[in-house]
Design a protein around this ligand. Structure first.
Ligand SMILES: [Zn+2]
Length: 283
């Protein structure tokens, strides 16, 4: 359907509006450490061009717009959604300066343009789908920045070499000298990656509450409908044999709206700190 589609001014301006929202002072508490999102490149595309918003290093929150020709076919699923990171084929089409940089040095966010996004979402024919409006499109951009912000904390694996060496040396010491007097032993278990989905949900929902109440209402309606089904299924599930409906690796979005709502309600201001905190660090 969007095989020959070319971006309109409205499409491109929508992305710019989404970006502006991310940098609004109202969201400072969500994206507190601005440096973690400042180098993020935004990637969108139509049938002919790849559109890039490349951050200006000396002016955080401002971007240089660039478009490059391509002659690849973009599958509909990449027009109808956004994600933190772009798929492999698109990655190969990015300028070398971006492609060669790690996903932490230059995080990527990418997705379809407003018109294809909204149209293809509508075409999915879901009974209730909150992602069929311009507001939902803008909220999706904020959502992806939520992913980047969380990912930059690198909490889901042993990502700190200095600390890892400390753990290894400490273990070696404990084996060699069982009676050694060890001071406070730091103890850290990585978090699960799906916590990033909670962060992204909370970022989107917070922005929704502030700027796009209709989107929030649409989400609430969808989530309430979904929760009714999840409750029915979970009530009948034997959890010794089958995964819970909350299983984050299988149903990350269900997982995120359940725990996202709980953490947002319980800690309306502190949730960004709580979700980016190391889970088991005792010092
Ligand atoms: Zn997400």
């Amino acid at each position: 359907m969007f095989k020959n589609y070319l971006a309109t001014k409205t499409d491109l301006e929508a992305i710019e509006e989404g970006l502006k929202t991310v940098w609004k002072p109202e969201l400072n508490f969500v994206f507190r450490k601005k440096g973690l999102i400042a180098s993020t490149v935004i990637v969108s595309y139509d049938s002919k061009y790849i559109y890039l918003w490349i951050p200006l290093r000396e002016k955080p929150g401002q971007y240089r717009f660039r478009k490059i020709l391509h002659n690849t076919t973009i599958p509909p699923e990449h027009h109808r959604g956004w994600s933190a990171g772009v798929w492999e084929k698109m990655e190969q089409l990015l300028p070398a300066s971006i492609r060669k940089a790690s996903k932490f040095a230059i995080p990527r966010i990418g997705g379809g343009l407003l018109k294809p996004f909204v149209t293809l979402q509508k075409d999915m024919g879901l009974e209730i789908n909150p992602y069929t409006t311009k507001e939902s499109y803008l909220a999706t951009i904020v959502h992806e920045f939520g992913h980047i912000y969380w990912q930059q904390h690198k909490l889901w694996w042993y990502s700190d070499k200095k600390e890892n060496l400390r753990y290894l040396r400490l273990a070696r010491l404990l084996y060699a000298h069982p009676n050694v007097n060890v001071p406070q032993i730091p103890f850290y278990l990585p978090n699960i990656h799906a916590v990033g989905e909670i962060y992204a949900f909370c970022a989107e929902y917070t922005a929704g509450t502030l700027f796009w109440p209709t989107h929030c209402k649409n989400c609430d309606k969808f989530i309430q409908w979904r929760l009714k089904n999840l409750l029915d299924v979970e009530a009948k599930t034997n959890l010794d044999r089958v995964d819970s409906v909350l299983e984050p690796t299988k149903y990350p979005h269900d997982f995120s709206f359940v725990f996202g709502k709980i953490v947002l309600t319980r800690y309306p201001q502190l949730w960004p700190v709580i979700l980016t905190r190391r889970p088991s660090l005792i010092d």
